[in-house]
Design a protein around this ligand. Structure first.
Ligand code: ADP
Length: 745
């Protein structure tokens, strides 16, 4: 039997993270025994054939993970829209006996792929009749298997929470808007920022949420009044009056009014200049949004989707419909490609028909929720409390090491609480502030520019209250008449909250709702697959490792990079996956002398055969004896003249910096839910203690009594760590070459 063959192509608009997908498809394809071909320049390459279709090997996709765009090129292709073009494309594929195709592109590309698959049997008949292929070839390739991956910065595909490239585009946009905000604030200027998204307001909406901009215009939900311009002016003026120094309007390129009339940026500028009587500047971000290095998230998304695509090809049967590889929560799943494309088109159709309610419904629950939350956060002042409403007093504190996104969470909590008519108290320095009674009332403007700030403005420390502290905390709660407590932080946050909850019988003051919001770069907290800050830390590591790798390009050198995480290997594994490290060392797996010997043998072998760079990533506590120093010394000594070894301990760089868009968005969503929880529970006879988290099914709130059962206390991490399932994927990708055909599948 002839060998299984698989081809891949990138089509439509390019997106950062496509290269990670290409690398994973090629390597997993080879690993599973396929001959793998890359089709250069999208469908155009398939129609042209010849050297546009090239066989790939393990090394052809080395060194591309960190690069933006797509190394195999992409194009728009008119010929593929014609039957003649597709006939030619089929003929070209069959020259190589290819009948498995993985397409990375947007909905246009995937529609084309589906059509191609439907026509395939007819195309084969025609090619046979014309004598262009033999009957034998036609008979042995009767079905075309299609698997789709969505590469699109717009995040506009139904069925997947994220498309490859959207997170990076959000990085570009938030960097730009943060920069504009600082200059706008200096001059008290107004900026209009136009971002991509013809039918999809994802980038505009999320950028606004992440940067704290003042107004947003998205295609799915135009302002619901005709004189929206007046409302915008009124809001921005009110913002100024309340003390904002900058006004930023973010608009999607597909922004329109209620009647479907396009809103141009020049119109917005004109209106603003006239009524605000100040300089208004417009910034069209354009292709900058597509460009640059992919974020850590997009690299790993591309890799995991690429892996899943090969699995889908392997599992495909002739009757299987084309599958789309999707992300739901944190998990890769499959969905019928045609249905996802249809639903995506349905959003565009709803917008076209001015049925905005349906457009928002089709976008899904979390998009709608984000829009609602945004409308509150954007306000220049909170709503007046409803007359007669009970005004409750909620306290917010940060506990543990500072995690990027903590301030964003506090900002959202304070504003949402105030907007619902309650009083929000900020506690200084974690539980210590509760002990010492150091808290202050927070106003709307006191958190104005906190959305983009790293660190912890309230102050945080790792103290967990016990003994006499509990008396003092009970007194503070009584004195300040606190009706509910939001604790944002890491291990000490949840342990501290649990302490208070457990002592309820002894201290009646603790009979208030308490909720924990997970924020720790280590991602070692129970009840949340991801904690706030981890994404920023991962991007910090990836940023640093990219530079470290570059520095060594001339020498034969191996780096041992130590990353944080305490005893949780999340940062080590995920950064290893995102940077193409050949080995990661985790506390969860331990390190043995035999491992080190094996790794050393592999390094020596690699460097003898032309390898120039080695990268080993080590969790800070992977092994207490085989430390980073030890490993570096061992490899250096044994590497002899073949290669030298350097160590880099990344340290607190990982904790610093502005929070990533993902951390800002998630902390805002979680904080909004926490406030809802406190309001609801403060009115209950038996208020709950709880912890919130991002789980694969969405945001979940669990009773704090469940916490002790979920943790491995000695190692301070959850008993179940979902990301350990990704370990085998990282291992295969890090192999020095494709295993021989008889290698285990
Ligand atoms: P995207 O995939 O990013 O949505 P396009 O819509 O431009 O980008 O599609 C990319 C390419 O996919 C097109 O240039 C064309 O070759 C092919 N394509 C798109 N739609 C179809 C279709 N309905 N039939 C056949 N080919 C299509």
């Amino acid at each position: 039997m002839s060998k299984k063959r698989l081809a891949l192509l990138t089509s439509g608009g390019d997106a950062p993270g496509m290269n990670a997908a290409i690398r994973a498809i090629v390597r997993f394809g080879l690993y599973q025994g396929f001959d793998v071909y890359a089709i250069y320049e999208g469908y155009q390459g398939m129609v042209d054939g010849g050297d546009r279709i090239r066989q790939m090997n393990w090394d052809s996709v080395g060194g591309i993970l960190h690069r933006g765009g797509t190394v195999i090129g992409t194009a728009r292709c008119e010929a593929f829209r014609t039957r003649e073009g597709r006939l030619q494309a089929a003929a070209n594929l069959l020259k190589y006996e290819i009948d498995n195709l993985v397409i990375i592109g947007g909905d246009g590309s995937l529609t084309g792929a589906n059509l191609f698959r439907q026509e395939w049997p007819e195309l084969l008949r025609e090619l046979t009749a014309q004598g262009r292929i033999s009957q034998e070839v036609a008979d042995s390739h009767r079905h075309l298997t299609i698997v789709g991956l969505v590469g699109s910065i717009d995040n506009d595909m139904h069925g997947t929470d994220m498309t490859i490239g959207a997170d990076t585009a959000l990085h570009r946009i938030t960097e730009a808007v943060d920069a504009l905000t600082s200059t706008a604030a200096s001059h008290q200027r107004t900026f209009v920022v136009k971002v991509m998204g013809r039918n999809c307001g994802y980038l505009a909406l999320m950028a606004c949420l992440a940067t704290g901009a003042g107004w947003v215009l998205i295609p799915e939900n135009p302002p619901n009044i005709d004189n929206w311009e007046e409302k915008m002016i009124e809001d921005l003026k009110a913002g100024r009056k309340a003390g904002r120094r900058d006004s930023i309007v973010i608009m999607a390129e597909g922004a329109r009014d209620r009647h479907g009339k396009t809103i141009g940026s020049s119109h917005v500028v004109e209106v603003l200049e006239k009524h605000l009587e100040e300089e208004v500047r417009v910034t069209v971000l354009g292709h900058v949004q597509r460009g640059g290095k992919p974020s850590a998230f997009d690299r790993n998304l591309g890799t995991l989707m690429g892996h899943a695509a090969v699995e889908a090809v392997l599992a495909a049967k002739p009757e299987t419909e084309p599958q789309l590889v999707c992300l739901r929560g944190n998990r890769i799943v499959y969905a019928p490609l045609t249905k996802c494309v249809e639903q995506t088109h349905a959003v565009a159709a709803a917008i076209e028909a001015h049925d905005y309610e349906r457009a928002m419904d089709l976008r899904g629950g979390s998009f709608k929720e984000a829009f609602r939350t945004l409308r509150t956060l954007l306000r220049s002042l909170p709503h007046e409390p409803t007359p007669g409403q009970k005004r409750m007093r909620f306290a917010v504190l940060n506990s543990g090491a500072p995690a990027p996104g903590m301030n964003t969470a506090v900002r959202a909590a304070v504003r949402i609480g105030l907007d619902k008519g309650h009083i929000m108290l900020g506690v200084n320095s974690g539980f210590r502030g509760l002990v010492d009674g150091e808290l202050r009332e927070m106003s709307w403007m006191s958190v104005n520019d906190w959305a983009s700030m790293g660190g912890s403005e309230l102050g945080a420390n790792r103290e967990i209250p016990s003994g006499r502290d509990l008396y003092a905390i009970a007194r503070t709660i009584e004195k300040h008449e606190i009706n509910g407590l939001l604790v944002i932080g890491g291990w000490s946050a949840i342990q501290g909250a649990y302490q208070l909850y457990r002592e309820r019988d002894n201290f009646p003051a603790f009979n208030i709702p308490i909720i924990c919001l997970p924020a720790s770069i280590n991602n070692n907290l129970p009840g949340s697959e991801l904690s706030i800050g981890a994404d920023t830390a991962l991007n910090n590591i990836v940023w640093a490792v990219d530079r470290i790798k570059q520095s060594a390009i001339a020498q034969r050198r191996c780096f041992v990079v130590e990353v944080m995480g305490r005893r949780c290997g999340y940062l080590a594994l995920m950064s290893g996956l995102a940077t193409g490290a050949e080995r990661v060392y985790l506390h969860e797996e331990g390190v043995t002398l035999r491992d080190l010997q094996g790794d050393l043998d592999q390094l020596i072998d690699g460097f003898k055969h032309g390898k120039r760079l080695g990268l080993l990533i080590r969790n800070e506590n992977a092994n207490p004896i085989y430390t980073t120093d030890f490993m570096t010394a061992l490899f250096e000594e044994e590497g002899g003249n073949l290669f030298d070894v350097r160590q880099t301990i990344l340290g607190h760089v990982q904790q610093g910096g502005d929070p990533s868009p993902f951390d800002r968005i998630q902390s805002t969503r979680l904080a909004a839910r926490c406030i809802e929880f406190l309001i609801e529970n403060a009115q209950s006879e038996a208020p709950q203690g709880a912890f919130i988290g991002i789980e694969s099914g969405g945001i979940q709130i669990k009773n704090i009594e469940e916490m002790p059962r979920m943790i491995d206390e000695a190692n301070r991490r959850p008993k179940k760590q979902w990301w350990l399932d990704l370990r085998p994927i990282a291992k295969v990708l890090a192999l020095p070459k494709a295993p021989a055909e008889e290698a285990p599948k």
